[in-house]
Structure formats: C-alpha cells, structure tokens
Design a protein. Sequence first.
Length: 191
Amino acid sequence: MAMNQQRNILGFSFLEFVITTTILTIISSLTSAAVHHLKVANRNARRVADIVETQTGLEMYNRLAHQYPDVITPGNSLAYNDQVIMKKIPTNPQPRDDGACPDEEYSYLASSDQKSYTITFCISSRVGEVGPGNNTAKPGEIVSCLPNCVLSCDSDSDGQGTDGCGGYCSAMLATCPSGYNCYFDHCIKDI
C-alpha cells in the first residue's frame, strides 16, 4: 500500500518523471541540432545552385548582347532588350551569416570591357567541389578556396603567392603576383 501512496495520479513516481523528462530533453536537443545542421547545409547547396543558375543566365545574355551586363541586382530580372532571360536573379537565402560568412547579398562585378565578370559569394561548409568561405564565380567556373586549387594572397608582401589557400589579403598587407587580382583571401587571374 505504501508503494501506491508514492505514485501520483498518472502512476509515475517523481524520480521516474525526472528521468523521463531528462531523456526527452536530450532527444529534443539532438533532433534540434540535426535539423539546424540540415537547414545550413540546404542553404549552402541553394547558394551554389543560385550561382550556377545566374552563370547560365549571364551566358544567355552574353549570347544575345555579345557582352555581359554592366550591373545585375539580385531579386530583379535579367533581360536584354525586350527578352526576359531570368524573371528573378536569385538572392542569398536568409539567414546569410552561416558560419563565418557575412550577412551580404551575392556581389556581381563586370569587367571594364564587359567581356567577363565575377560573382562573389560565401558558404559555410563544402558543397561538392566548392569549398567553405568566400568563393568567386566567373564565366564557366567557380573558383573556390580548396587546397592547391588557387594561388592565395601572400601575407609577407613579396608578391609571389603560395599554392593553396589561407593567405590573408589586404591592400596594405598583401599583394598578388602580376596578372592577378585579390578577391577576399585568394588571388584570381585578371579578367
């Protein structure tokens, strides 16, 4: 009879209730962390897909106009004369500041002769062959900061650069070799 007196209305003792609550809290925390990781991975995959889609639209524009547009604005359309090429240029999914990425929109820059362009974007984790951190797309390729894939900016200012990534780039602290421009933390051949 004493055992029945220690049981509450639902038939659980206080200790059983605490243990059950603790287990459910742990399961909930693990599930929440997994869902967060999946959301970040999906946003990174979306960013890479957005850039590829934008590159495709820019190539269609180039075929019609024989040059790339001077300016494009994420969220707006891409058109040449009266022909709409893209109804809406992709925008960077929210929240943008995943990992070490800044809260910024994709950035497009046309070369002075409009024969090339760069699009800069950031992802927080690797997606296929595109590495985490700042990346640059240009006609037909995405230049990513993966080991031994680009010449990185040289932090000791000798202008030689190094294989791979990880150099720190600043107009005051680092230079890229002749024929290269510095974008974020790596050197890319002049366009």
